[in-house]
Design a protein around this ligand. Sequence first.
Ligand code: PEP
Ligand code: MN
Length: 350
Amino acid sequence: MLVVMKAQATQEQIQAVCESIEKLGFRAHPLPGVQRTAIGITGNRGEVDRGNLEELPGVSEVIRVSKAYKLASRDVKDEDTVIRFAGTDAAIGGHNLAIIAGPCSIESRDQAFAIAELVAASGAQFFRGGAYKPRTSPYAFQGLGVEALRIMSDIRARFGLRIVTEAIDNESLDLVAEWADVVQIGARNMQNFSLLKRAGQLRKPVMIKRGLSATLEEFLMAAEYVMSEGNYEVILCERGVRTFTDHTRNTLDLSIIPAVQRLSHLPILVDPSHGTGRRDSVLPMARAAIASGADGIMVEVHDHPENALSDGPQSIYPDQFARMMDELGQIAPVIGRNLPQGVRVETAKA
Ligand code: PEP
Ligand code: MN
């Protein structure tokens, strides 16, 4: 169910409706929009008796939301969600494209700083790097853990880049939430419901990567898990699904972009690195992703991919990243978008 407030409803009236919902034993999710606030109701098994709610001051109407994912749905919030980062002009969603770039894994301070400097110079606003790696083999490099988080925190201080990094379990979630700007939930964890719920208790943006065989509905339900706990800052990321093709590591499903955008207000990014697994395919698919309406790109960049401890073959060189930025900058205006050049950090006035 969804309570639609009148455009002129006051904050007190919104608060009073939320309290009435909670008194009924349900959870209220106020979602402010440009025109009006909608309040999603979750926790109800059947239909909520709308009678009393409709009578409350400031309420316009109470409507049924039939979709399984409610808070992620456009039925509840029609306008696109834009996630902003305090103290900077960086944003994910909306008119400006978001570019997240960096190595698959943080391997050392020198490696991470060298790559961060290059991607910042080419205009990225976000830096990625794995501290905790979900590897197929237990013998493969598992990440530097907290040391990597410290390195990335220093990168944020030095270059202004906002940090995106993955949490693989409850322990790493707490640490990642402490150090990062965006908490990434990886493809393999897209249906780790207890982890999603814990991510929902954070007050920090969460980026969910599409599971290797996840349908659109399952993908949106993963977002719903996070939102149902009160964290509405969710970003989706298409990273390819497993099919019979063997010319790429995964099949990048760009047709999910308009499908997500039809159903959901959440931003959707595309990861052409894991989506293809091949350096020579990353740039063409990044172009296609932006052309098909993605809100941004997450891409793996390495200055010495031949020595990378993970995902070298799909990591592009810094000069290829610079070219990618140039080309995406040309495509953006054709589809009414803008590619910002880097991140502006507001410095505190003395
Ligand atoms: C990653 O982005 O580092 C990663 C491991 O991706 P995925 O979860 O999509 O495989
Ligand atoms: Mn990787």
